[in-house]
Design a protein around this ligand. Structure first.
Ligand SMILES: [Zn+2]
Length: 269
């Protein structure tokens, strides 16, 4: 179950199942509640999209205030459409600048992991027993590379997580209603099992409609996470430009929404 909520000026979507975990904070922020002007209106968090630097910084400050993120503890990525995962453990230093990766995992309280998207799939992972969290960015390339399964594998290998303890949440992304792709995208999935389940034929020749959320769900399932632990918002960014930035629907010039997850500091919820 997902529901809309508000903190400060920011309207966001939350998963009821993650909200029930009292040791973490999470939000799939909408585009509503920031200061950027069109075509980045309003809560743009993308730094390479052409928005005003001052507006972007103000938006990031609004996010930090709304979710009580300590100074310097909002970790964003230089997302590369790959499958590299950066670990932030209890002892190590925080990354200097933006780590080049598409996944972040931490067991450290008070460190927020952020994903910036405008159609790509934001993914959260939570080991509810060991209290480890992860955030990943999955566009078609990252999905084909299997970043979702790598997140689960990294949790099990590095944090001894059991797949049955992991909750996985699939946030708003472009849906199979709107996401048309061509042959090179299909080819990228040639080695992926069950691709016929999430590639559907479409009236145009040599084009397919892809369900990226389903593709990621199948990889998370194959990694051992039970289906009852996997939740998807079902919202399409392209259909809902009133709520979300959509790269496709906007013809390329638009902002990026932020999805974030953070373990709470001891005793603080
Ligand atoms: Zn749609």
């Amino acid at each position: 179950m997902f529901r809309f909520a508000r903190s400060g000026t920011i309207e966001y979507l939350e998963s009821g199942e993650l909200s029930a975990q009292d040791f973490l904070t999470h939000a799939f922020c909408t585009r509503r509640g920031g200061v950027s002007r069109a075509p980045y209106d309003g809560l743009n968090t993308g730094d390479l999209v052409g928005d005003e630097e001052e507006d972007l910084l103000q938006n990031l400050n609004l996010v930090k205030d709304a979710f009580a993120i300590p100074d310097g503890r909002l970790i964003l990525m230089r997302q590369l459409h790959g499958d590299r995962i950066y670990l932030i453990d209890e002892e190590g230093p925080l990354p200097d600048g933006l780590p080049e990766c598409d996944g972040l995992i931490t067991d450290r309280p008070g460190v927020a992991l952020g994903i910036r998207t405008a159609d790509c799939v934001p993914l959260f992972f939570v080991d509810r027993i060991r209290r480890v969290i992860g955030a990943a960015h999955a566009g078609w390339r990252g999905t084909a590379l299997g970043i979702a399964a790598r997140m689960v594998a990294t949790l099990t290998e590095r944090f001894s997580s059991r797949p049955e303890d992991i909750l996985a949440v699939i946030g708003p992304a472009i849906g199979p209603c709107c996401y048309q792709v061509d042959a090179p995208v299909l080819a990228a999935f040639s080695a992926v099992p069950d691709a016929d389940l999430f590639f559907r034929p479409c009236p145009q020749k040599e084009r397919w409609m892809v369900d990226l959320a389903l593709a990621n769900r199948l990889r998370i399932l194959a990694a051992g996470v039970p289906s009852e632990n996997i939740y998807a918002s079902g919202l399409c960014t392209s259909c809902r430009q009133d709520l979300f930035f959509s790269h496709r629907a906007a013809g390329g010039r638009t902002g990026r929404q932020i999805s974030l997850i953070m373990l709470c500091d001891g005793g603080m919820h």
